[in-house]
Design a binder for this molecule. Structure first.
Ligand SMILES: N[C@@H](CCC(=O)N[C@@H](CS)C(=O)NCC(=O)O)C(=O)O
Length: 212
């Protein structure tokens, strides 16, 4: 299946999940600022929102929204531990975290820090929002290996991809030892290492200059 991805994008979480599950994806690197596909065609035709991630389904339709794509992939391999069965409380716990990560952490927290158009006087508040959410994660992770217990799930892949943006914004993780240890633990997973290697290779190919 074709997967529409971006260097430093939240789409990293989906690539990690696919690698965990052994679902092969063909990575298509999108020029998101210009909304262009590698062949120069219009990315809005894939996703009218102009955002990554997007997944081309076997029937030719596109599925968007990272939290939903990750559930779709995990449900292809119900025998894996990556997500709980639909209808169980554990499934709702995983979705609860993913909703928080996509909305409060990604959009409400980090997005204004990435946008060049964010007014300078809003930046300290956006940073403070990220800090308060990192603190919440750190407190939650006390005595836990992963967000919903002892097993790594799609919620952890999602959390990892977004929380690692602290690195791009020079937000030091030292005040949050549980969160730091959690991110370090996840970064050792082969799925994460190979997904990051693919991202770095693409960044190099593009001549991307920022941190990846
Ligand atoms: N709600 C979407 C948000 C996706 C999103 O914001 N992706 C970013 C990259 S991390 C993007 O494509 N931004 C470009 C834009 O919004 O124009 C999801 O969680 O998948």
């Amino acid at each position: 299946m074709k997967f529409f991805h971006e260097v430093r994008g939240c789409s990293l979480a989906v690539d990690i999940v696919a690698r965990e599950l052994g679902v092969p994806l063909e990575l298509i690197w999108v020029d998101v600022p210009r909304k262009l596909l590698p062949d120069g065609s219009d990315y809005y035709k894939v996703n009218p929102k102009g955002q990554v991630p997007a997944l081309e389904l076997p029937n030719g339709e596109y599925l968007t929204e990272g939290a939903i794509i990750m559930q779709y992939l995990a449900d292809m391999r119900p025998e894996s531990d990556l997500c709980a069965a639909p209808g169980t409380l554990q499934r709702y716990r995983i979705m609860e975290w993913m909703s928080f990560i996509a909305s409060d952490l990604h959009k409400g927290g980090f997005m204004p820090l990435f946008k060049k158009t964010t007014p300078d006087d809003y930046r300290p508040l956006a940073r403070q929002l990220v800090v308060s959410r990192m603190k919440l994660l750190d407190e939650h992770l006390a005595g836990r290996d992963y967000l919903t217990g002892s097993a790594f799930t799609i919620a952890d892949a999602h959390c990892y991809a977004i929380a690692m943006w602290t690195h791009y914004h020079d937000i030091d993780l030292a005040p949050w030892p549980n969160l730091s240890a959690y991110l370090e633990r996840i970064s050792q997973r082969p799925s994460v290492q190979t997904a990051k290697a693919a991202e770095r290779a693409e960044a190099k190919r593009q001549g991307y200059e920022g941190k990846v």
